[in-house]
Design a protein around this ligand. Structure first.
Ligand SMILES: [Zn+2]
Ligand SMILES: [Zn+2]
Length: 344
């Protein structure tokens, strides 16, 4: 006899794989929404409604999700899931594949604490699934209120939670961190004492993106010179979605990347499809300037941790090699590198 399957788990797995493959958001939401509707129903009521053909009457369940549920209830692997499982892991271009294989962790990820959609534990479990040895949790800083930026107190509480999870998840490691706003004057939006306690600090410009080139250059160089900053996040802030097209901010890349190289900081290659920041022209300049890079997902939910392939492709095209990549280092070496900034 075929073993019964859990239709809720199958729906969730499909959403997860679709997200990892960058399929449209509505498709991911359809499966995740159906999983929520079914979980609320409970297994007995699910079987009863399935028997009477009434599942479709529930809000959140449509034709495709109903078929998936019925297959699952019959103990079959849903066709939709089987198709995703076989196409999953289609190899990237060889060079990008080598960079991806070199990555040991991810230095930029959000959780429910700011504007992410998953708990720290859920993100950690997905990072383990992605083959990482470590994940840096980098929620937003106080000034970014639209994204529920963390106050010092909330960040302190997060550090305790991470310590607790680390005791459980070892040898996998969650590292503490922040995506701190770079203020308009180049200072960072969190207490220096707090920043110096964190394992990894990503600093990003999220405001006044249209600042004049000269002022933006000074702002970014000041931030890079700050010993608390380790990684410069999505440096141009450009954004391209169906609804919005935000052009890159302007700064003098030679000065900014020379400062990054001088202070031994990393320039982030942001893998989010709507960001893909920096543009290739700038990434090539950063490589030529001798900057380290960090290839990050900037994931806001579990499946997005798998978006690193985007960054790896671009990094490969721009001449990045594994020795330049900070998250190709083992965790202890990464921590030694971030700690070295305190001494400059
Ligand atoms: Zn950001
Ligand atoms: Zn971010």
């Amino acid at each position: 006899m075929t073993q019964p399957r859990d239709p809720v788990a199958d729906l969730r797995r499909i959403a997860y794989l679709l997200e990892a493959m960058q399929e449209p958001g509505y498709r991911v939401r359809a499966f995740r929404g159906a999983a929520i509707a079914l979980a609320a129903l409970g297994p007995e009521e699910t079987s009863r409604l399935a028997g009477t053909g009434a599942l479709r009457e529930l809000s959140g369940i449509g034709e495709v999700t109903e078929r998936t549920i019925l297959e699952s209830l019959r103990g079959e692997e849903p066709v939709y899931l089987r198709r995703l499982e076989t196409t999953e892991g289609t190899p990237l271009a060889e060079g990008a594949g080598l960079l991806r294989a070199a990555l040991r962790g991810d230095c930029h990820a959000h959780t429910l604490a700011s504007d992410g959609g998953a708990t720290i534990r859920e993100m950690a479990e997905a990072a383990i699934d992605a083959g990482h040895d470590y994940l840096v949790i980098t929620d937003h800083s106080p000034r970014l209120t639209v994204a529920s930026g963390l106050t010092t107190d909330r960040l302190m509480a997060q550090l305790d939670e991470i310590a607790g999870l680390n005791a459980e998840l070892a040898p996998f490691r969650l590292l503490t961190g922040i995506e701190v706003d770079i203020n308009e004057d180049g200072t960072l939006d969190q207490e220096p004492e707090m920043l110096s306690r964190l394992d990894v600090v990503v600093g990003s410009v999220h405001s006044a993106l249209r600042m004049k080139e000269r002022e933006m250059t000074v702002r970014m160089v000041r931030a890079l010179a700050n010993p608390n900053l380790d990684i410069l996040g999505h440096c141009t802030g450009r954004m391209k979605t169906a609804k919005r097209n935000r052009p890159p901010s302007t700064f003098d890349p030679e000065i900014v990347f020379a400062a990054a190289a001088r202070f031994d900081k990393a320039v982030e290659v942001n893998s989010r499809p709507e960001r893909l920041d920096p543009p290739k022209r700038l990434l090539r300049l950063a490589v030529e300037a001798g900057c380290r890079v960090s290839i990050d997902s900037d994931a806001h939910s579990q499946g997005q941790l798998f978006w690193l392939g985007n960054g790896c492709e671009r990094a490969f095209l721009c001449g990045v090699t594994p020795p330049m990549i900070v998250n190709a280092m083992v965790a202890d070496d990464l921590l030694a590198w971030t700690a070295s900034h305190e001494a400059i």
